[in-house]
Design a protein around this ligand. Structure first.
Ligand SMILES: Nc1ncnc2c1ncn2[C@@H]1O[C@H](COP(=O)(O)OP(=O)(O)OP(=O)(O)O)[C@@H](O)[C@H]1O
Ligand SMILES: [Mg+2]
Length: 262
């Protein structure tokens, strides 16, 4: 076992562990017999708190599956997933739903905003549903961070794609979740709007201490992260710290070349 298994507590994490989420020996298989597909093949990973982690890899390598399993959106075939100290594998549906609602934020490719609600109402909707009052100071800080202060009364249809995705980012941040998961959150945006949203995600890590895990195909998007995990055939095959768009691109070319010769 790696030293990462040791859970250290230190200041600045509000008494939480330094590891926000963990996967241990996680296998995820779909189907059975001849149609059995192993989407995750014995994955061990630690997601550090207060870091921005990107997950990359070819189509079908298991990126979304890993994210869904870490976020408790999908069950595992075997192995364990922990959110902080809570083992989420094995939680009953109701508890899992509650945990997702109270402790996890999501940003999907399609923004999933309600068209009849204003930007502000969309941002606070999950908390309204949970019966929690948003912290006013925090909400103002989030709105400021994502640059939406003058768009709060607009409905999604009156906002650009980038602005809509910023609303989705603010919605994920507003409830102060322990961890935010995004599956290609900038996949539908042009490069300028994408850069805006990625900039906000980066700031939320640097200035608000947020933990983020983002699946992406885009080396530029990955360069906003602190760490890039590379998946291939359901396994984590490599990782890179302090990535740049060029270093990520080089690594991807390297994988492609090896893939062709093996
Ligand atoms: N519900 C399912 N039933 C059967 N097989 C599935 C299911 N979901 C995913 N798979 C398979 O599991 C593997 C991993 O899929 P996954 O969606 O995690 O890939 P990905 O890396 O996110 O790919 P992409 O970049 O195309 O989104 C693929 O071979 C896929 O066909
Ligand atoms: Mg996917």
């Amino acid at each position: 076992m790696t030293s990462a298994v040791t859970i250290t507590r230190h200041g600045g994490t509000g008494g939480r562990t330094a590891v926000a989420a963990r996967a241990r020996q996680v296998v995820k298989a779909y189907g059975s017999g001849e149609t059995r597909v192993v989407a995750l093949d014995t994955v061990d990973v630690d997601i550090a708190r207060g870091q921005f982690t990107a997950i990359m890899g070819p189509s079908g390598s298991g990126k979304s599956t890993l994210m869904h399993c870490l976020a408790g959106l999908d069950t595992v075939t075997s192995g364990q997933i922990y959110l902080d100290d809570t083992e989420i594998t094995g939680l009953k549906d109701k508890k899992l739903t509650q945990l997702r609602r109270d402790r996890i934020g999501f940003i999907f490719q399609a923004f999933n905003l309600l068209p009849t609600l204003s930007a502000l109402e969309n941002i606070t909707l999950p908390m309204d549903i949970a019966g929690r009052k948003p912290d006013k100071g925090w909400l103002a800080q989030v709105v400021e961070t994502v640059g939406l202060a003058d768009r709060l009364k607009h409905r999604p249809g009156q906002l650009s794609g980038g602005q809509q995705q910023r609303v989705a980012v603010a919605r994920a941040l507003a409830a102060r979740p322990e961890i935010i998961f995004g599956d290609e959150p900038t996949g539908n945006l042009d490069s300028r709007a994408g850069a805006e949203v990625l900039g906000f995600l980066r700031r939320s890590v640097d200035e608000l201490g947020q933990t983020i895990v983002m699946v992406t195909h885009d080396p530029v998007a990955a360069s906003y992260a602190d760490r890039v995990l590379y998946l291939a055939d359901g396994r984590i095959v490599d990782e890179m710290f302090k990535p740049t768009a060029d270093s990520v691109l080089d690594r991807m070319k390297d994988f492609d070349a090896r893939g062709r010769t093996s």
